[in-house]
Design a protein around this ligand. Structure first.
Ligand code: NDP
Length: 247
């Protein structure tokens, strides 16, 4: 893979993925990482200062009106190579979510960040994803061609839901999983693979301090999974350990 865009990289799993990618033996030529506020993303900026292949860009995934300009910025970096990987990682989970407390605004806001944003960003970056898939058409489906990863959650699995609640988060990730399925069908003729990934229960602001998995281990496993993606993964839902998850 020559190029990757990852959203939500100033902290949590996104930051972990960037740290792992720059340490990796074959670090991509272009690691383009986003955060909402450039001034607050000090650690990310330090990584970019120390690694010439890291480009930090500002992006709010619930502002689709900015995506065409963002796509132009990415195109200016990757040029004729196109974009190999879009990793829709940024996500949001509101706190109070039992039936008596859920609010319409929470549902809309969470949908906008976790489902609408990844879909519209994929749409905006499609021409450059297609370019990478086309110029690498002699290679099998995977990160040497073109891939869209949607960071989902097992909490978005309908078949695994035996606890209820968490309406905004569960519903938005279930919607994201449906987006993965439709995109995987629509983009297959273009040689673009699309898959949903569950990162495990990870110690981040979202995962909380009781989560069993460290960001480092989760990030390493996800990058390993990324490298193994092939036609079998298209339109599927996988855990960070590479196990298939039921929708
Ligand atoms: P964190 O809460 O630690 O980080 C979330 C990231 O998303 C931050 O960089 C945040 O930026 C960014 N973000 C939030 N809203 C927006 C927005 N509107 N526009 C752009 N960026 C935004 O979460 P994690 O690192 O734990 O989660 C990463 C992904 O993994 C998410 O999609 C999450 O749903 C998923 N996940 C996490 C699990 C876990 O156990 N941690 C389990 C299952 C799935 P800012 O700092 O500016 O708020």
């Amino acid at each position: 893979m020559k190029s990757i865009v990852i959203t939500g990289c100033n902290r949590g799993i996104g930051l972990g993925l960037v740290k792992y990618l720059v340490k990796d033996k074959i670090s991509p030529k272009y690691v383009m990482v986003t955060c909402r506020n450039l001034q607050n993303a000090k650690e990310l900026q330090e990584i970019a200062d120390a690694n010439k292949n890291v480009h930090v860009l500002q992006l709010e995934v619930d502002k689709p009106e900015t995506f065409d300009n963002f796509a132009k910025d990415i195109e200016a970096i990757v040029k004729e190579d196109g974009l190999n990987v879009l990793f829709n990682n940024a996500g949001y989970s509101p706190k109070s979510t039992r039936i008596n407390f859920v609010k319409a605004e929470q549902m809309m806001e969470t949908f906008s960040i976790n489902a609408v944003g990844p879909l519209m960003l994929t749409k905006a970056l499609l021409p450059i994803l297609k370019r990478a898939a086309t110029i690498n058409k002699d290679k099998p489906l995977g990160i040497e061609r073109s891939v869209v990863i949607n960071m989902s959650s097992y909490l978005g699995s309908i078949s695994m839901n035996n606890q209820g609640g968490l309406y905004p988060y569960r519903c938005s990730k279930a919607a994201l999983n449906m987006i993965t399925t439709s995109l995987s069908i629509d983009l297959k003729p273009d040689g673009i693979l699309v898959t949903s990934v569950h990162p495990g229960w990870v110690k981040t602001t979202m995962g909380g301090p009781n989560a069993p998995l460290d960001v480092d281990i989760c990030s390493k496993r996800i990058i390993q999974l990324l490298k193994t993606l092939n036609e079998d993964h298209n339109g599927q839902f996988y855990s960070y350990e590479g196990h298939k998850i039921d929708w």
